[in-house]
Design a protein around this ligand. Structure first.
Ligand SMILES: *Cc1c(COP(=O)(O)O)cnc(C)c1O
Length: 792
């Protein structure tokens, strides 16, 4: 930075212009805001230049209902290469940079892995100079904020832009009208810069905000009918008011359908408008300039919407429009949980989007005709129809209406091809690809663990690994270097102390940085099996009570998870773990050998503090249920061994880092597939020593669920099942014993300090595959067919 004094002036000026204050009077969020705006000022020219350059060729567009961005300030400064310098400048001005960073609210415009993946992808695209734009919704309220009261989850609205949103620019000139059967709304874009690391390129995330066509009805207002005068305004604004806090559970809300169509229609209209300005009406060329990636089924209404625009507005015939659509779209499948495969009632579509519904009917009709021609039996046709039983099958529409369908980890893609989407794979074998997920090494190592990053840079003699993560492999030459292993352990302790400090401040619980930090952080879901973790902790507790001299290393079990507000069982599991924590943490017999902490409001910025401090990464989902996982990769990149099942990307993590450096346990997909009809959890409940004792705490009065009956319901789900599932359908009891053994192995392995550090380093050195730079390179070459365009 050549112009430090200018930069200071710029901050002061913005503070005065926007907040009418000098530095002395300004609140912390006002200082944060002014600093952020000063950065925006600096990148504007490069941002415009990048967009212009990208306009020259084919571009890709990432359509996603979620972008879990987290905080921008620190990341942007780092990617611009001015982090340290700005810190100095601020300190010269008497500001504490750390406080400014903490003043930023997370942009929590996503639920979990799927939304965070979108955010990591954008970072990689910009860093790799790839012409990719994100399209989504500017939710006024992001994912709810979580608190615990008496161990129960309590949700609060997340008004993340309460103090403004310095990282967005409103573009009135690009507003679009979106039509529903019950009226029109305005879609106004807010653009966020996505700053590449170590390049001048700045990409764009365009988020649509819903607004009324008319602010208020003047006539009604004049008649003093104030509520009615703003009714339309409220109805319109409802569309982008709040992110649905569902994670892989379907939800039949009309508003959700409105959200989906709203952002998809606005985005496509935006693209078509720009295309016509450049290429006139030569729509045959549309796929040569646009690749649109549909992130899960949420934006799949884009397929009939593009058909509508081409046919109704541009006068193109059906067959050509279909060709164009199929060549434009690609679809990513993120889940195989049956309840998460999105379907819509036909009547909802018919009512809200009648023309789109007609188009879907036509697509279905032609598809059925094609299958008949191919000689498909009627049972199979029924199973594959896009419209059947008055339901629209969004995943089927996505596969049929796009050129590529991809899974998100090798195991996941294999399950799709040979089980869940078997019929589709047989119909369209060439359309299926795998794209194993990743994470951006910028946020998930360089930014969140500068201590470890500095050591890596020193050892490799270059920072190149930050954009070429495979280079970490060279760290293998230090695997037997005692001094380096010690340094790794020192850094780990440092990160654990930082986390302990933060947890004490925010959760009011003191934890011991010398203990093993065993961490499970992810959305709360039965298939992710936080309950299995809880049962194991309880078993350990009972064993220590029986044998107070039991030789175990001190352990701190840390959880972080939000439960969807309507997901009763997930909330029961949160309460149950709190009850365990209460019992364990306050029992003097335990002598702090085990401690349990459930951190509140797990989100990206908290995650950045947790991953670097972990000794053990809990990835214990039922085999076959976690499509990929990305949390598992964040742990690995911070040198943490995985305690996990053969599921999702765990399989590939172990393939890269070696099974001997991780702790793999539990039934595999094939085994579960083979036994699923005959599985009887009671056998395990009766026979596995200690298991009955922990399961029974759900009903024997050990714990208090506040009279909700939620613990008994969990107990019944395990041993009796429910109307919609068999007993213990996630095989918690089946895997318990092997899980406990894996924990014992960890206790044993951890005692050999250097041996443990070697495992950690081995994981770190082999994390290269899990960079989103690798993932995005594959999307760019094998799906989007786009090339980098660097501006300088
Ligand atoms: C990475 C991440 C996730 C995804 O975690 P999984 O363990 O892969 O489910 C969810 N939430 C946040 C805040 C994350 O950073």
């Amino acid at each position: 930075m050549k112009d430090r004094e200018n930069f200071k002036d710029s901050i002061i000026k913005i503070l005065k212009a926007d907040w009418g204050k000098g530095l002395e009077q300004a609140e912390i969020h006002e200082k944060y805001h002014s600093l952020s705006k000063a950065i925006m000022e600096r990148i504007t020219d490069d941002w415009n230049k990048t967009q212009q350059e990208y306009g020259k060729g084919k571009q890709a567009y990432y359509f996603s209902a979620e972008f879990l961005m987290g905080r921008a300030l620190g990341n942007n400064l780092m990617n611009l290469g001015i982090y340290e310098e700005v810190k100095e400048v601020l300190e010269e001005m008497g500001m504490d940079f750390n406080l400014l960073e903490e003043a930023e609210e997370d942009a929590g415009l996503g639920n979990g892995g799927l939304g965070r993946l979108a955010a990591c992808f954008l970072d990689s695209c910009a860093t790799m100079n790839l012409p990719v734009t994100g399209y989504g919704i500017r939710y006024r309220y992001g994912l709810f904020k979580q608190k615990f009261v008496d161990g129960f989850q309590v949700e609060e609205g997340d008004h993340w832009m309460k103090y403004g949103d310095p990282w967005s620019v409103r573009r009135n000139e690009d507003e679009i009208t979106v039509e529903f059967s019950d009226g029109k709304v305005k879609a106004v874009p807010y653009d966020m810069p996505i700053i590449g690391y170590g390049t001048g390129n700045v990409n764009r995330l365009r988020l649509w905000q819903a607004e009324p066509v008319q602010e208020f009805d003047f006539g009604l207002f004049n008649e003093q009918r104030y509520d009615e005068a703003v009714k339309e305004k409220n109805r319109a604004e409802d569309i982008s008011r709040v992110l649905y806090p569902n994670d892989s559970k379907k939800d039949g809300k009309i508003l959700r359908l409105k959200q989906q169509y709203f952002f998809v229609s606005a985005s496509l209209q935006d693209l078509v408008k720009k295309f016509k300005e450049k290429h006139g009406k030569d729509f045959e060329q549309f796929p040569q300039y646009h690749a649109i990636q549909l992130n899960d089924t949420h934006p799949v209404v884009a397929i009939p919407e593009l058909m509508r625009i081409l046919i109704d507005q541009e006068g193109i015939d059906w067959d050509r429009a279909w060709e164009i659509a199929v060549h434009t779209f690609a679809y990513t499948n993120h889940t195989i949980l049956a309840e998460a495969l999105e379907q819509w009632h036909s009547r909802l579509y018919k009512k809200l989007l009648p023309r789109i519904y007609q188009i879907i009917q036509q697509i279905d009709k032609e598809f059925v005709a094609t299958l008949k021609e191919k000689g498909y039996p009627s049972s199979k046709i029924k199973a594959m129809r896009i419209l059947s039983d008055n339901r629209i099958k969004m995943a089927w529409l996505a596969i049929h209406g796009s050129h590529t369908t991809n899974g998100v980890a090798e195991l996941h893609t294999e399950i799709l091809k040979h089980q869940e989407l078997k019929d589709w794979y047989e119909l369209y074998p060439h359309r299926f690809q795998n794209k194993t997920n990743g994470i951006t090494p910028r946020r998930w190592l360089a930014l969140c663990n500068p201590e470890l990053a500095a050591m890596i840079t020193e050892l490799l003699g270059t920072k190149d690994w930050i954009t070429d993560l495979a280079k970490l492999k060279e760290l293998e030459k230090y695997l037997d270097d005692k001094a380096i292993l010690e340094r790794f352990l020192d850094i780990k302790v440092q990160k654990k102390k930082q986390l302990a400090f933060y947890i004490e401040k925010h959760e009011g619980i003191v934890i011991n940085p010398e203990s093993i930090f065993d961490i499970q952080i992810k959305r709360l879901h039965e298939y992710k099996r936080q309950l299995l973790n809880g049962f194991h902790i309880l078993d350990l507790y009972f064993r220590i009570k029986e044998n107070p001299d039991m030789d175990i290393l001190p352990r701190t079990f840390i959880f972080g998870a939000k439960a969807a507000p309507g997901y009763f069982r997930a909330k029961a599991i949160i309460k149950f773990i709190h009850e365990i924590a209460d019992l364990v943490n306050h029992d003097p017999d335990i002598k702090d050998k085990i401690k349990v902490v459930f951190v509140q409001n797990y989100r990206v910025s908290y995650a950045e503090k947790l991953f670097p401090a972990a000794d053990v990464s809990e990835q214990i989902s039922t085999a076959g249920k976690e499509a990929s996982g990305t949390g598992n990769m964040k742990f690995m990149l911070n040198g943490t061994p995985t305690l996990g099942t053969y599921d999702g990307a765990n399989v590939e993590i172990v393939e890269e880092a070696g099974e001997e450096n991780n702790f793999i346990f539990g039934a595999r997909v094939e085994e579960l597939e083979a036994i699923k009809d005959s599985y009887d959890p009671k056998v395990y409940y009766e026979k596995v020593p200690g298991l009955k004792r922990v399961v029974d705490t759900l009903i024997d009065g050990t714990f208090n669920d506040g009279g909700t009956g939620m613990f008994r319901e969990l107990y019944q789900a395990l041993l009796e099942g429910a109307s919609w599932h068999k007993p213990d359908h996630y095989f918690v009891l089946k895997d318990f014993e092997e899980y406990r053994k894996a924990h014992e192995k960890i206790d044993e392995a951890y005692r050999d300090r250097l041996g443990w550090a070697r495992k950690c380093m081995k994981n770190l050195a082999n994390a290269g595959k899990f960079s989103t730079d690798r993932t995005i390179g594959e999307y760019a070459r094998q799906i989007w067919h786009i090339e980098p365009r660097k501006i300088k």
